[in-house]
Design a protein around this ligand. Structure first.
Ligand SMILES: *Cc1c(COP(=O)(O)O)cnc(C)c1O
Length: 422
């Protein structure tokens, strides 16, 4: 047996240590297709678990409310400089605790409670924090929503313009969580300008693709770019707000002291490492491979008769409507999970079913690409998905067990970054 990876944790709290070990095994043996997940590198894991955790540092580098910041200031400055270099932005704030608080800081910076804000509707692929009703952003602000066209699943930019000109939102969000197609940031910028709105590009899902040159950048067009650091960017759980210099003060004030206290310095360190990794040529290759794999997987799924929203993908993500296969999304997702393939059930645009029991599943290629799987494997993956969905329809549990064994067999040849090799 190999040495336990967390010896102190094992000695202090064997129950918790056992759970971490079990999660390591699960992540090693399953095909993780949730498009917002990834595998961080061992270096990012190490940076995120350091004594930087012990330090309070409210404020910003050089302007702190606590002493003893000799190293912390440099850690944060390094992360900021790397973010600015990688994305070509004038200003970066690396302190938001995660994507949702980052977006809340944007509201604090540019709007007052009751103001109109506009974003893509959650069931159309938007995010909760873009003014959707159940979110604080939809109850403290007046959210108006755009969607996609029924015919082709694409954003109708003329309809977005008409709505924006009628509603004149303070903030216009573009970006989302289930958008398989390229976002036209230039089109959104011209709409925001006409409507007098602050344009926020929320690139949480695609930041890694942008960094690697596999998706156009919003930086020349958006007033603010909001992103998580833990999705395609392959960093620790956290977020960044990037903007032009003219908005720097408003953004910084909104994050601290507006919304947060002390930054999570161990996370800032992990972000700095992830940004360094993302600036390497290998990451450019990774970002392009993520998209190539998604396109190959989409093609293989179409060949097997699946309905894909918008007919395919331009990025890392595929949204599948399972109505024609006669299996609700949740039933399929749970069957796939038993087959060692981890996805999430998801609404599809104009879904006649309820959000907690929708018609679709959402899948993506960031994690499998981090393991080194390539386009030649995608027909096999599509086959597993197809067989598992059929098995779900028939209640064929043995078929799921067979797939699970095949999945773990293939994956044993593609060890995941940051995880112990069996
Ligand atoms: C994931 C995501 C967020 C929120 O990030 P959390 O870290 O989960 O709070 C915000 N916006 C978009 C578009 C996202 O995909």
């Amino acid at each position: 047996m190999t040495a336990h990876r967390q010896p102190a944790l094992l000695a202090t709290d064997p129950d918790l240590a056992a759970l971490v070990s079990a999660e390591e095994t699960l992540q090693a043996e399953t095909l993780r297709l949730i498009p917002s997940e990834n595998y961080v590198s061992a270096a990012v894991l190490e940076a995120s678990g350091t004594v930087l955790q012990n330090k309070y540092s409210e404020g910003y580098p050089g302007r702190r409310y606590y002493e003893g910041q000799q190293n912390i200031d440099r850690v944060e400055a390094l992360a900021v400089e790397r973010a600015k270099g990688l994305f070509g932005v004038e200003h970066a704030n690396v302190q938001p605790y995660s994507g949702s608080p980052a977006n809340l800081a944007v509201y604090l910076a540019f709007a007052k409670p009751g103001d109109t804000v506009m974003g893509m509707a959650l069931p159309m692929g938007g995010h909760l924090t873009h003014g959707w009703g159940v979110s604080a952003t939809g109850s403290w602000f007046r959210g108006v929503q755009y969607g996609v066209r029924a015919e082709d699943g694409l954003i109708d930019y003329d309809a977005v313009r008409d709505l924006a000109l009628a509603e004149r939102p303070k903030i216009l969000f573009c970006g989302g969580t289930a958008l398989p197609r390229t976002i036209d940031f230039e089109a959104f910028a011209s709409i925001a300008e006409e409507a007098g709105s602050v344009l926020v590009a929320d690139v949480a899902h695609i930041a890694g693709l942008i960094a690697g040159g596999a998706h156009p950048s919003p930086v020349p067009y958006a007033d603010v770019v909001s992103t998580t650091t833990h999705k395609t960017l392959r960093g620790p759980r956290g977020a960044m707000l990037m903007c032009k210099e003219e908005h720097a003060k408003a953004i910084d004030k909104a994050v601290f002291p507006g919304l947060q206290g002390g930054p999570h310095n161990q996370t800032t360190a992990g972000i700095a490492v992830a940004l360094h990794e993302a600036a390497q040529p290998a990451f450019t290759a990774y970002a392009h491979a993520v998209v190539a794999n998604a396109k190959a997987l989409a093609a293989a799924l179409l060949e097997r008769g699946f309905d894909l929203v918008s007919g395919g993908t331009d990025n890392h993500l595929i949204l599948m409507d399972l109505t024609s296969r006669g299996v609700p999304g949740k039933v399929a997702a749970k069957a796939l999970d038993r087959a060692g393939i981890v996805v999430n059930y998801n609404t599809v645009p104009f879904d006649p079913r309820k959000p907690f029991d929708p018609s679709g599943i959402r899948i993506g290629t960031p994690s499998l690409t981090s393991r080194g799987l390539s386009a030649e494997h995608m027909p096999v993956v599509a086959d597993w998905i197809s067989r598992a969905v059929d098995a779900a329809a028939k209640g064929d549990e043995p078929a799921l067990a067979v797939i699970r064994a095949e999945v773990s067999d293939l994956l044993s040849a593609y060890p995941a970054p940051g995880l112990p090799v069996a």
